[in-house]
Design a protein around this ligand. Structure first.
Ligand SMILES: C[S@@+](CC[C@H](N)C(=O)[O-])C[C@H]1O[C@@H](n2cnc3c(N)ncnc32)[C@H](O)[C@@H]1O
Length: 376
């Protein structure tokens, strides 16, 4: 093993682990393996920065610093104290320790956080011969998680979660998380070059993620990551990598991408997001009920996140809308329709069985992503 390759995990929402593993493989990482909650891989600091900049569907990129069975605070103290913190953090860093405990003997998150912090400071004290750690410098997001008595200690290289691309400053009523939107684009039969249309586009997330993908635009290009302040990343040419990815972006690759919504306010937000994503003039938006939508292209993909009708009073209305989506596809026989919904009655209301289905989570809501193929 090359010495500067760290074991990493790209965390992902339930159901998207395989999608993130595919992304990592496409980016050329080695030892990629999907598991519950994410995909493992190995990377040097340059690779980790690339993963942060390029991954579309992952939540965070974390270095796995230690992982071992752990049933006592003493074992946790030893595990954390065995990590070479003096090489990983700066002595003035802010060591922000988050915790999670599930199905383990150690179930007090607060105590696990306190023990981990104590072990880290003691290690730094012994190795750096300093007494004071003012915690005024860069943030080091450290994770301590216990699951089935296995402790995992991580250092989060992303900082703010990767769905925060920077284009969404205003939220609509039920916006789709950017990482889930990017995954739906990847899981749909759409490929750049084919027309893509969202008939209930809300604030435009699916359209922006598809356009960025077509343009080969790295989703993290204009945001920063926690790892940029880590000692191990000092030798990485961060501006150089950003400039290279910027140069790889080609907006002229974006084909026909458009959307509409019945709600004018949501569309205003969509317009703002499109501008903030640097896609002005690349995505056609209009206010229109999907019942009146008629497109001219003979083939393409409808991709949408219609309302789910979680409240009983809304359910009937939503089910009518799913029937309207079917009629929309029937008016466009060469188009396939893909929709995410938490409503188990979607197919019945649509009036047809999906050709493909996949279970996913939209936040905490269990959903299905349904694909109805068109005739072409
Ligand atoms: C769950 S939201 C979509 C959120 C969107 N994916 C986003 O990221 O913001 C559902 C959208 O369907 C729209 N909608 C409801 N009925 C509609 C209709 N008859 N025609 C077009 N859009 C409709 C709503 O206005 C709302 O914006």
């Amino acid at each position: 093993m090359e010495t500067n390759l760290y074991p990493c995990i790209a965390t992902a929402a339930f159901g998207l682990e395989g999608v993130v593993a595919s992304e990592l493989k496409q980016l050329g990482f080695g030892d990629v393996k999907a598991e519950s909650g994410g995909a493992r891989f190995r990377a040097d600091p340059e690779g980790m920065l690339l993963a942060n900049l390029r991954l579309r569907c992952a939540d965070r990129v974390q270095i796995v610093l230690a992982e071992a069975p752990c049933q006592s605070f003493e074992a946790l103290f030893q595990l954390v104290g065995g990590i070479p913190w003096e090489r990983l953090v700066t002595p003035d860093g802010q060591y922000n320790i988050s915790g999670k405990c599930a199905r383990s003997r150690l179930m007090s998150v607060r105590d696990c956080q306190a023990i981990a912090k104590k072990a880290l400071i003691e290690r730094l004290r012994a190795k750096t011969h300093r007494d004071r750690f003012p915690e005024t410098g860069a943030a080091f997001p450290i994770g301590v998680s216990l699951h089935s008595d296995i402790a995992r200690i991580t250092l989060d290289t992303s900082g703010t979660a990767l769905n925060r691309r920077g284009y969404r400053t205003w939220n609509g009523e039920a916006p789709l998380r950017e990482t889930l939107a990017a995954a739906l684009v990847a899981l749909s039969p759409w490929r750049p070059g084919l027309p893509l249309y969202d008939p209930c586009c809300g604030t435009g997330t699916l359209l922006i993620e598809a356009a960025w993908r077509a343009a080969h635009r790295a989703p993290g290009l204009t945001r920063s990551f926690a790892c940029e302040a880590f000692p191990a990343f000092r030798s990485v040419d961060i501006p150089g990598m950003r400039a290279r990815l910027e140069a790889e972006t080609d907006l002229s690759r974006i084909g026909e991408i458009g959307g509409s919504d019945i709600d004018g306010e949501a569309l205003e937000l969509a317009g703002r997001h499109v501008r903030q994503a640097g896609l002005d003039g690349r995505i056609a938006l209009r206010q229109l009920p999907l019942q009146e939508l008629q497109l001219t292209a003979p083939r393409g993909i409808f991709l949408c996140n219609p309302p789910y009708g979680e409240r009983l009073s809304d359910r009937e209305h939503c089910q009518q809308l799913y029937g309207d989506l079917r009629r929309l596809q029937q008016r466009h026989p060469g188009w396939s329709l893909c929709a995410i919904s938490s409503d188990p009655g979607f197919e019945r209301a649509y009036g047809k069985r999906a050709d493909k289905k996949r279970r996913l989570y939209n936040g905490r809501l269990e959903c299905e992503f349904l694909i109805f193929h068109g005739k072409c």
